[in-house]
Design a protein around this ligand. Sequence first.
Ligand code: BG6
Length: 255
Amino acid sequence: EFIKNLHGLVETEEFIAQSLGLKKVIIVPGNSDKDGTVKKEMGRAAARFIREILFPGAVMAVTGGTTLREVAATMPVGNAPHEITVVPARGGLGEDVEVQANTIAAIIAKKLRGTYRLLHVPDNLKEEAIRLLATDQHIKELVAEIKSADILVHGIGNARELSESRGDSPEETEELISQGAVGEAFGHYFAADGSIVKNIHSLGIRLRDLRNISTVIAVAGGEKKAAAILSVLKNNHEDVLITDQGAANKITALI
Ligand code: BG6
């Protein structure tokens, strides 16, 4: 808190929380675009916050990404409430294995001495194939469990970067951007006003499930992501934002 006050971060936390209707905003000093240790500190702040709100029997869903990987890496081992279940929020979004939601869910569950379940949905499946998969009894039960999560922890990406990293063709990326996509979270692309531009076909949590999840936590930082973060938050489903000073200052300027 002392360090935060030195940087004026407490006021910024309150300003962003009030402006965007969030219950809590946590800002770590620095800008993760420029300094890799800042992403780790964001992860640590998120891990600490998650430990505070976990309760026995809680189901927690997590997304993939390099920021969530830091949440998993900095999660302390042991001493957690009993019978925590960690699940991936969605399956098959085209990430490398180290930053896949499945991998991150398993690491966090092991550290919390809880259990995890994995959702194996290959990337780039056609809509019909996904619909068919969804009729499988095991997958049905798993998806129902994912949708019943108490806590969701998700990353946020820049629409262009996410589209490119998911192997969209240059034309597809340009179309997405020309339709106004700015940010991305759990397979949805958001415009600057918070409206949805596109949904990626997969299984798991969708936007409409978020109102049943009591704590939705976004973890994302870096000045370059400010507009993307704001686009997702404007959709009004998040309760908590954990970010860095680089993103927070820019968000404050954009609000
Ligand atoms: C991806 C998720 O893995 O990570 C996205 O599927 C998320 O939903 C993105 O927006 C954020 O990535 P990073 O590496 O910037 O934390």
